[in-house]
Design a protein around this ligand. Structure first.
Ligand code: NAD
Length: 466
């Protein structure tokens, strides 16, 4: 018995009926999503507190407000985004119209992770609904509190013939992916990304893969260690380090390391107090499995700051590790916790070499008082996103695409990028059924005169608007 068949059939039929296509329908769904966020703000905050020990402020800042902004942006721009895009043509098509139509793919599935469980489910959903698709959302089974709110409450705000939430872990998601979707939007680990892509290959389903990896953070000798420490600590320890774009490790000289460690200690004390465990601004590890994995990583290198952990509430102190070797697990796997290893390099070139010999990261950071150094890092490397003297604040901008490159993913979203991701860009040529005389030059037999004329018209560009 296939648990998904009936739901998927219902959604496919709804899409075939054409009801999700009109702008009014899409706008109504987006308004429903906006109301869901507004009416259930407290419920969502409580779920996020239960899952990740997020404070209400941190939930608002990193999840709810961004979702609301995305809904508002889509509503404001929906008509413009949906408009046909007129394109340039040649003389052969002067009297025809040529344009790109943004059409919905059909039935899309969104599979999300647990670390920002509302934001990473609803942000892609905004794009999918704005683009006129029917959507199956599969939230993470690990962030249980949020999963329950999304499954039980969200559908009440949307047209349930076009939207469904399905539940399950790896096994059920594998089963779900045996079905044919018109688009798969996956956020999660590179390991599962490969499983998703293999499943997509069976039906040639297009995918966006928003994956993770190890994000390097280079700190130049020419810097103010306290400023760097403040900015790195904020973005490393936010959400207890469970952020895909968080700086994963620092590359710096031994001299900078010494100054940076004491600056990081004062930043941590300043942000989270003498006893970070009692700080309302520090999250907790999502579950026992990840807690034990992270506790294992505390044995790498030497603990310079923090290192304490408490199993009863899955607390791990903001930690800095020094004397770390490249071969140790903390430098091999994505950390996804409040642990910051520091590795020593002798120069900017050595840092660039180190980064370029590894998989392309989702994010890369460089700190220096010299814009030349920051620019050299930017120009000599590749990553999904880049922060010069800053962390991942850019995520709050819908004007910037979010996405990885290489091992950190493929595709992009946020704002209009999301709308485009969930729309098929259909190349359209509309000619009139008459005026056959003008067409006659295209038909064989190709005399020398016709050949010359066709070549000339093909090479020509006429006005876009004709
Ligand atoms: P995950 O890959 O384990 O799980 C993600 C989703 O896939 C979940 O819904 C899960 O149920 C499902 N899944 C798990 N195993 C599966 C399988 N075998 N077959 C099919 N589906 C399966 O990731 P996670 O632990 O939830 O999240 C952490 C990872 O996500 C990190 O690697 C992090 O970097 C990445 N991430 C990336 C972004 C981004 O925007 N690029 C954002 C957040 C998290």
């Amino acid at each position: 018995m296939d648990p998904f068949e009936d739901t998927l059939q219902r959604l496919r039929e709804a899409f075939s009926s054409g009801r999700t296509r009109p702008a009014e329908f899409r706008a109504a769904q987006l308004r429903g999503l906006g109301r869901f966020l507004q009416d259930n703000k407290q419920l969502l905050q409580e779920a996020l507190a239960q899952d990740l020990h997020k404070s209400a402020f941190s939930s608002d800042l990193s999840e709810l407000i961004l979702c609301q902004k995305e809904v508002a942006l889509a509503l404001q721009n929906l008509h413009t985004w949906m408009e046909d895009q007129l394109v340039a043509k040649n003389l052969l098509m002067t009297l025809s119209s040529t344009f790109i139509r943004k059409e919905p793919f059909g039935l899309v599935v969104i599979i999300s992770p647990w670390n920002y469980p509302v934001y990473l489910s609803l942000l892609p959903l905004v794009g999918a609904l704005a683009a006129g698709n029917c959507v199956v959302l599969k939230p993470s089974e690990i962030s249980r509190g949020t999963e329950r709110v999304l499954a039980e409450v969200l559908p009440q705000y949307l047209d349930q013939s076009c939207f469904a939430v399905v539940l399950g872990g790896p096994e059920e998601t594998g089963q779900l992916l045996e079905h044919k979707f018109d688009y798969i939007f996956f956020t999660g680990s590179p390991r599962v990304g490969k499983i998703v892509m293999a499943a997509a290959a069976k039906h040639l389903m297009p995918v966006t893969l928003e994956l993770g990896g190890k994000n390097p953070c280079y700190v130049d000798d020419n810097c103010d260690p306290q400023i760097v420490a403040n900015r790195v600590a904020l973005f490393r320890y936010f959400n207890a380090g469970q952020t895909c774009v968080a700086p994963n490790y620092i590359l710096c000289s031994p001299e900078v390391q010494e100054r940076l460690v004491s600056a990081l200690q004062s930043a941590i004390t300043c942000f989270y107090g003498e006893d970070p465990r009692s700080s309302p601004d520090l999250g907790r590890i999502i579950n026992e499995k990840h807690f034990q994995r992270l506790r294992g990583l505390l044995g790498c290198g030497r603990v310079a700051i923090g290192g304490q952990s408490e199993e009863s509430d899955r607390y791990i102190a903001p930690t800095v590790l020094v004397d770390v070797q490249e071969t140790e697990p903390v430098m091999q796997e994505e950390i996804f916790g409040p642990i910051l290893p520091i590795m020593n390099v002798r120069s900017l070139d050595e840092a660039i070499d180190f980064i370029n010999h590894r998989e392309k990261p989702l994010a890369l950071y460089a700190f220096s008082n010299s814009s030349q150094v920051v620019n050299q890092m930017l120009e000599s490397t590749s990553s999904g996103s880049f922060g010069g003297n800053d962390g991942f604040k850019y995520l709050s901008l819908s004007s910037m695409p979010m996405g990885g490159v290489g091992n950190s993913g493929m595709g992009r979203y946020h704002g209009k990028f999301s709308f485009d991701t969930f729309s098929h860009q259909r190349a359209c040529l509309l000619s009139c059924s008459g005026l056959e005389k003008l067409n006659e030059i295209q038909y064989p037999p190709y005399t020398a005169w016709k050949k010359k004329l066709i070549s000339w018209t093909l090479a020509s560009q006429s006005c876009t608007l004709l």
